[in-house]
Design a protein around this ligand. Structure first.
Ligand code: ATP
Ligand code: MG
Ligand code: MG
Ligand code: MG
Length: 439
């Protein structure tokens, strides 16, 4: 992409409405724009990041055996009357009437709808296990939308729903999602800690929130430092092997980790003082086993091997890609701007042409641009008339992993400068070696 033809509305001033760094940087870097309270437009560079995040989530969901579909944003209130949640859900639900005076709502989540789809088609245990997910916009009329897309009213969610014959199989499904989440967040370049979370009236141990530690987090969390060094399961993980998956979950649930609501002072005291980490955290994902909470009122059953009907045992598994984008920035930035992990950067590299119009600079920039494009790096070439200082500031602000600086003096010597955004390290290389190094 050539910046002169792109739409990247950079803000020079710090927007005063933004209280936390990710919100500030997302506005300044031209990633999002608020359209109403808690409702954002994703501008082109922001959309690229959001799509990359969603795609990594999708790949890991698929790897673990989940199957993607797409449910609508608008739902009929009747479905929610079946489960009893239409009245129970409260003010976070946006309720709408259509022209026929039928009660509709903008989905805050999809347990009811997926259960309705399931019961319409699946009749036998032979079709289980089944895990269906979608990546779709949700609406929750949050009392205090704030921090940009971190807590917005309209937000993107990946929500998966598992269906199994009994608790044991449901637990295996839960474990698969747990491991898929570890892999997902690691590929997104962020360190998460799965923490025991409240299971509400259902009880049991099968609810974990996946938390990023950050000072601006809204939750108080407590965990053992051991989590910071646990190895993340590799791409060779066998999701068909329940024991292998259960072992990983065991390793990742053994050290102490709990959110405020689940905090247990007695267990906490057993963690060595030097290993105790009490911090603020951001919930980026949440997995939950809820058994027959929806299958029972909604009549989702399958015939079992015994020939009898069984209510299916279910779980749901959410990640908010839009919140994740902000959370990555909270975890990865400096005073000059964002530092994107390679996997989600909107462009793989930035080429700064310091003197557009200069034939030699233009030629070298074009050559590098073409080589990196062919290598699939999807570079952004700053070919605008801005001053070099402004160009450097923009590159640092938008946080692409590598910058290639093409200036008249270097070009005369056949050289360009490479700058690593994360470390700030610079090196001067011949044009060829620079290309070889990146491509
Ligand atoms: P919170 O405690 O922050 O209100 P939640 O527990 O209500 O979140 P879940 O119902 O567990 O959220 O939804 C799954 C995921 O969706 C969350 O882990 C989070 O990543 C995302 N999410 C939930 N609410 C919002 C929101 N208002 N804005 C952005 N992302 C959200
Ligand atoms: Mg909430
Ligand atoms: Mg929560
Ligand atoms: Mg939650």
């Amino acid at each position: 992409m050539r910046l002169s033809r792109y739409f990247l509305p950079i803000l020079k001033e710090n927007p005063k409405e933004a209280e936390i760094v990710s919100h500030r940087l997302m506005l300044r870097a031209g990633l999002i724009r608020q359209e109403s309270a808690g409702i954002y437009a994703w501008l082109p560079a922001g959309l690229r990041i959001l799509n990359k995040v969603s795609n990594i989530i999708r790949e890991e969901q698929n790897r673990s055996g989940a199957i993607e579909l797409l449910m609508p944003t608008l739902q009929s209130a009747d479905l929610w009357r079946e489960s009893g949640r239409y009245d129970a859900y409260g003010d976070e639900m946006l309720r709408i009437k259509d022209r026929g005076e039928r009660d509709m709502l903008y989905g805050p989540t999809n347990e009811e709808m997926i259960t309705e789809i399931f019961r319409a088609y699946v009749k036998s245990y032979k079709d289980l296990p089944l895990n269906l997910y979608h990546i779709q916009w949700k609406f929750r009329d949050e009392r205090r939308p704030r921090f940009g897309v971190m807590r917005s009213r309209e937000f993107l969610m990946k929500d998966a729903y598992s269906f199994d014959l009994n608790f044991e199989a449901a637990k295996a499904a839960y474990n698969r999602m747990f491991v898929a989440y570890l892999r997902t967040f690691s590929r997104l370049g962020i360190q998460v800690i799965p923490m025991r979370a409240d299971t509400g009236p259902i009880g049991g141990e099968l609810s974990h929130e996946f938390i990023i530690l950050a000072d601006t987090g809204e939750s108080q969390v407590f965990c053992d430092r051991a989590y910071l060094d646990l190895p993340v399961p590799g791409s060779d993980t066998n999701f068909d092997n329940d024991d292998e998956i259960a072992d990983i979950v065991k390793r990742w649930t053994t050290p102490y980790a709990a959110t405020d609501e689940m905090h247990d002072e007695a267990a906490w005291a057993k963690v060595g003082a030097s290993d105790q980490l009490a911090a603020r955290g951001i919930e980026v994902g949440h997995i939950f086993h809820f058994g027959t909470k929806y299958s029972e009122p909604m009549g989702a059953k399958v015939s079992g091997p015994d020939g009898k009907d069984h209510l299916v045992s279910m779980g749901s598994y959410g990640i908010g890609p839009s919140r994740v984008v902000a959370a990555i920035i909270e975890a990865s930035h400096d005073e000059n701007g964002i530092i994107w992990p390679k996997s989600v950067a909107p462009f793989g590299a930035g080429i700064v042409n310091m003197k557009p119009g200069d034939a030699a600079c233009d030629a070298v920039s074009a050559k590098i641009y073409e080589a990196l494009t062919n290598a699939g790096l999807d570079p952004l070439l700053d070919d605008t008339d801005d001053r070099p200082g402004a160009k450097f500031a923009t590159m640092d602000l938008i946080g692409l992993p590598t910058q290639i600086i093409v200036g008249p003096r270097g070009v005369a010597a056949g050289e360009v400068e490479l700058k690593d955004r994360a470390t700030g390290a610079r090196e001067t290389l011949s044009v060829e070696s620079a290309i070889n190094k990146l491509a």
